[in-house]
Design a protein. Sequence first.
Length: 92
Amino acid sequence: MLVFAREHRLAPSRRTVPAGRLIAQLRNIGEDDHDLVVRDAAGRVRATTGVVRPGGLGRLTVRLAAGRYDLVCTVGGHEALGMRVAIRVTRR
């Protein structure tokens, strides 16, 4: 999955993925630093790319069971500004 980040929006290449190993890349096409954090329905952090500078590419790998997860940017209050998107993980 590829996720594009710019002020103040996350745009994933897909919103539904199969259960199992997810490899996600964050391409920062904005002017500010961003990160990509995967949270489960309980709000627990499952994976993060760390901070990705403008023009950079970050990557994370995580195993996910079927369910709903949020992709968010946690840098500088960006989540509150709208950098949050839900994805659905389906059974294989």
